[in-house]
Ligand binder design. Sequence first.
Ligand code: SF4
Length: 333
Amino acid sequence: MNMDFDAVYYEPDALNYKLGLALQSKYADLPWIQIESHNRIPEMTAAPNQDFPKLKNHLIIGTRKTHRYVPNHKVSDWLVPYTSSGCKAMCLYCYLVCNYNKCAYLRLFVNREQMLDKLLKKDSEASAPQTFEIGSNSDLVLENMITDNLLYSIERFSREGRGKLTFPTKFDMVNPLLNLDHKGKTIFRMSVNPQEIIQRIELGTSPLRARIHALNDMAEAGYPVGLLIAPVILLPDWKRLYGELLDQLADELSVKVKQSGFIEIILMTYSFVQNAINTEAFPNGTQLLDRETMTGRGRGKYSYRNDIREEVESFLRERLSQKLKTMPILYIS
Ligand code: SF4
């Protein structure tokens, strides 16, 4: 993964935090440009859509000021805004583009102590231990390469938390996590797609084989694990692609993952905003908006038609019952 940046945009207050100072010395060779707020960088908002890949080369550093938790009912109880938002990779369907438009570059928030304090308080005040999804705004395995925030979070939560942390990833850089004292309180979820889709659509993420190895390694290190088949993208030969993916998973996932892991499946949604940016920034990229199979869901969003979703669901359930029958499917959405 290319982790080179060309400039750092920073809120001055970030340098009052230990992590802010560490980043200042780590990226001392780059230009540092002061900003008023990570949410308002006028030159980036005004940039044309075709500059989207260039904007992804910037690193933004600030503090997270709002910490609103959203109730969730899948693997976790809460979606938590955590130590970063945005990402350096460029998956063509990235849901963060819906939220941040072309400003979906990586923003690091250096006040991690405050964020974890709040999370631990919520966990301790609840009537039962809670599960917190900390990776819904970015990819924390990628972020961890810069900040070591997962090391901090997993170890501190293992000592002080009652419930669980969880996050998904599309990256394989898990070596720093393998020897942590996690006490089984972090659920690691690896997102997978056919290698052809990774290459064409999940630009800048880890290859499938490396992701499978990383998932095996995390299970071996004692983490609870899950497999996220997401987002399912219906290219014209999707049955071949996903059939082969399941064959490969059946061959390469370890016994431990197969016996202890669970499966989540999410079909792709897409939006007018993503389509506008992709059309200008990646004119030769794979077209994801398919008016034959997709239907509008309001507010510029598209998802696959219900009859097509049913076909995909029964295809995947049938194949999974043959290939990975020991892994429960938590949901298909
Ligand atoms: S890895 Fe995740 S956060 Fe990063 S671009 Fe892809 S979908 Fe978005």
